[in-house]
Design a protein around this ligand. Structure first.
Ligand code: HEC
Ligand code: HEC
Length: 223
């Protein structure tokens, strides 16, 4: 190649990729505003509460912060509001073994925090941070799921409960729940947890009775 051709290749090649770079930058900047919903006063106030109690001293958000406690980015997609509010205000009333201290958060502060969490959950983070693996223990490894296991999976019970080590830790471990509880207790508790356990933070199971019966059958097998 002559010197002249090499120079032209350098100049036009660089220009070509610079134009592509500009086009992508323009495209990304145009989308940024659409990736997060509007910040309301509640969301703003919630962020202030988040700072006031130094939640990030234990938790992460968008994958950054401290790794002592669970990530909060999508927490409001995984857990209902009533549960979160009760937990934030008094963790041990939900889970007697909770490591999170009671910080003295007021009801109004908790509501603002929930608005903040809702906002964060709606930010399009391109799937970051990765979701925790939520599966029915028995379903791992390609085995066919029973009807009860399918209901368990579709209702997101493993967001809060673990079976054989898989799932969340917000509620009691269910690996041996069948040896602790009988059918009537389980069925009634699903319909209205608060009737059976004082101050229960478990949400009512909103599903047809047939599904709840299948769920109960599944629980009974866990021994
Ligand atoms: C001293 C550390 C610490 C601080 C400070 C802290 N947390 Fe936690 N938090 C935890 C731990 C640990 C857990 C996991 C459950 C448990 O063992 O308590 C948790 C759990 C939670 C959960 C329940 C998550 C779930 O999936 O069930 C929420 C919601 C939460 N924290 C919100 C907050 C908010 C909001 C603040 C600040 C106001 C805060 N935390 C401050 C340690 C902390
Ligand atoms: C938001 C968190 C959350 C979700 C979702 C949830 N639970 Fe719970 N669950 C709890 C908490 C907290 C308790 C302890 C309080 C109680 O017993 O009511 C509990 C208790 C239980 C118990 C009693 C365990 C025992 O040993 O006493 C069973 C069984 C149970 N849950 C099954 C389920 C099933 C099945 C689903 C799905 C339909 C589900 N839970 C969804 C939080 C949750």
């Amino acid at each position: 190649m002559s010197n002249r051709a090499a120079r032209n290749l350098f100049i036009f090649g660089s220009l070509f990729f610079f134009v592509i770079f500009l086009a992508f930058t323009y495209d990304t900047m145009g989308k940024l505003d659409q990736r997060a919903p509007e910040v309301t006063n509640e969301v703003n106030a919630g962020k202030m509460v988040w700072h006031k109690y130094d939640c990030i001293g234990c938790h992460t958000i968008f994958g950054t912060g401290s790794y002592f406690a669970p990530d909060m980015t999508k927490v409001s997609d995984r857990k209902p509001k009533g549960y979160l509010k009760q937990f934030i205000m008094d963790p041990r009333s939900v889970n007697p073994a909770a490591a999170m201290p009671k910080l003295g958060i007021t009801s109004a502060e908790a509501d603002n925090l929930l608005a903040f969490f809702d906002w964060i959950a709606k930010v399009d983070t391109n799937g970051w941070p990765p979701k925790p693996i939520l599966a029915v223990a028995a379903g791992v490894g390609g085995r066919e799921l029973t009807a009860g296991q399918r209901v368990y999976q579709s209702l997101g019970c493993s967001n809060c409960h673990a079976i054989n080590g898989i799932g969340g830790t917000s509620g009691p471990d269910l690996t041996r729940v069948g040896s602790r509880r009988d059918r009537a207790w389980l069925f009634g508790h699903f319909k209205d947890p608060g009737e059976y356990v004082r101050n229960s933070a478990m949400p009512k199971v909103e599903a047809p009775d047939a599904d709840i019966r299948q769920l109960t059958d599944y629980m009974i097998t866990l021994k």
